[in-house]
Design a protein around this ligand. Sequence first.
Ligand code: GLV
Ligand code: GLV
Length: 324
Amino acid sequence: SLPRVYVTRKVPPDGLQILRKSGQVQLELWDSDDPVPRRELLKKVKGCDGLLCVLTEKIDAEVLDAAGPTLKVLSTMSVGFDHLSLDELKKRRIRVGYTPEVLTDAVAELTVALLLATSRRLIEAAHEAKTGGWGTWRTQWLCGYELANSTVGILGLGRIGVAIAERLKPFKVKRFIYTDVEPRPELAEMIQAEYVSMDDLARQSDFLAACCALTPETQSICNKNLFSNMKKTSIFINTSRGGVVNQEDLYEALATGEIAGAGLDVTTPEPLPTNHPLFTLKNCVILPHIASASYTTRNAMSALAANNLLAGLRGDRMLKELHL
Ligand code: GLV
Ligand code: GLV
């Protein structure tokens, strides 16, 4: 009989169609926009050969034990993999597909949009216009910070960091700097970025964008130490994962004026409760994890996730595989 596949979410049409038309799998899906309840997931994975998930599903020992020895392939519709217990997957020799590259343009675009929204105070300004705050044109009212002649710092230089820098360059950025566990000369060359220490990144950046994967090494790497080294006029942007930020430290830095503003597409937890202190700050723009949310990109992510899964089940090379 055909390999059994469980899909944990209503995925965009391209991916679903690839799975349906393949004739290669017996499909079952959690056909909803909301996450599958944990108990349902634990029940449904039992005896599956393949699992297609999204980033809200924690794939850990409990899920893998519930699936049992039939599970050979996991495909996540995401570039991030911090929701996967890689050690547990490796131990069980389960192959893992993910979706890098197809989302790079969309994420870079959103990062630039969020950066500008934060630095030029767009959300605050639109709110003022609509709610009666617009008494007259004022010389210093709603002033922000411009990209022209600025230094942009990238924390974690990968494909996305390069794509962000390429888009920011036409805004007349003066200098790109980056830090990472080690220099990435090939990527850095594409954007003429200079490798600096974490402390120098903090000290010199007018705009600091976190573009790294969340790993044990990057957990809470954006903390009091980083924010206290940043300029009072600087803007912090995070489109990676909430876990790279110590949110109490960020709140403190924003509330006390240690930095000028922050734009966050990712938080801890997600969703961020509406009564969270960060929502009280005018200089903090918070988006609900939408960096890859264009129709084109989400469709491409679902197609890549579907193709990764099918290739894995055939024992073929996946288009994008995480090598554990
Ligand atoms: C989105 O955050 C992703 O990891 O694809
Ligand atoms: C702004 O609108 C100006 O005319 O300076």
